[in-house]
Design a protein around this ligand. Structure first.
Ligand SMILES: C[S@@+](CC[C@H](N)C(=O)[O-])C[C@H]1O[C@@H](n2cnc3c(N)ncnc32)[C@H](O)[C@@H]1O
Ligand SMILES: Nc1nc2[nH]cc(C(=O)O)c2c(=O)[nH]1
Ligand code: SF4
Ligand SMILES: [Mg+2]
Length: 216
């Protein structure tokens, strides 16, 4: 039985992509294969623009979960918080990180499905997803080898020199999205993403709406 290193778990609205606006439990795993998460390593990392603290297990409901049942029970408990009406709604969990596919396994997917969850993942695409995930969002990072070339949405942080977006258009995704790179130049990156969509109508804009509405 594997255990899971979890940074934090929280209830919020999905901020990004085609599921934006949907109530979701975010399950953020600790650790990533493209950056240590330490600022002194950022400039030499394979992914250098990350906006997330995924180091350690010290966040809300973070810790080492001993098995899939314990972790899925915590996700279900957070989903239940503050619910008034759930009729007709499907519970939704977004597994992210860090890189969730370093840890997600069949046992966790089965335990979440057994509790009624629709399961989404946010992944950098360098690790193949196990079967059974309901919504796969791949966000490629320039210079990395993408092995997960199918899923529901491909969400390219923009601009990202060195990414071959024309080749990506041949991959098996239902939705192709560009997401402005957050950071000191977010005004410029947003304008660049808008211009990209105006020039490439196969692609749509995704904004990090959680940062605008003031939720996590
Ligand atoms: C923190 S990552 C975790 C999941 C996985 N490691 C990945 O990269 O997809 C979650 C999402 O945030 C995006 N992201 C990270 N830093 C960002 C930034 N500075 N601006 C916009 N999106 C960013 C990633 O591309 C990814 O789609
Ligand atoms: N609200 C909210 N939506 C998100 N969509 C993707 C996120 C992520 O960090 O993976 C994220 C996040 O951190 N918060
Ligand atoms: S791959 Fe994802 S979690 Fe890892 S450093 Fe990049 S954006 Fe952050
Ligand atoms: Mg985030």
């Amino acid at each position: 039985m594997t255990s899971y290193a979890v940074k934090e778990i929280f209830l919020t609205l999905q901020g990004e992509g085609r599921q934006a606006g949907r109530r979701a439990v975010f399950l953020r795993f600790a650790g990533c294969n493209l950056w240590t998460g330490r600022e002194q390593d950022r400039e030499s990392a394979d992914c250098r623009f990350c906006d997330t603290d995924f180091v350690g297990m010290d966040g809300d409901h973070g810790g080492r979960y001993r098995d899939a049942a314990a972790l899925a029970d915590k996700v279900a408990a957070l989903w239940a918080e503050g619910l008034v009406g759930e009729a007709g709604a499907v519970p939704f969990v977004v597994m992210t990180g860090g890189e969730p596919l370093l840890q997600v396994d069949d046992a966790l997917i089965a335990a979440l499905h057994a509790r009624g969850f629709e399961i989404a993942v946010e992944t950098n695409g360098t690790i193949a997803a196990p079967a059974g995930i309901d919504w796969i969002c791949v966000s490629p990072k320039a210079g990395t080898e993408i092995v997960q070339r199918s899923g529901q949405e491909l969400k390219l942080v923009w601009p990202q020199p060195g990414n071959d977006y024309r080749a990506m258009e041949g991959w098996a995704f239902d939705h192709f999205l560009v997401s402005p790179m957050d950071g000191p130049d977010v005004v410029e990156t947003t304008a660049a993403a808008v211009a990209f969509v105006l020039a490439n109508p196969r692609w749509r804009l995704s904004v990090q709406s959680h940062k605008l509405i003031g939720v996590r």
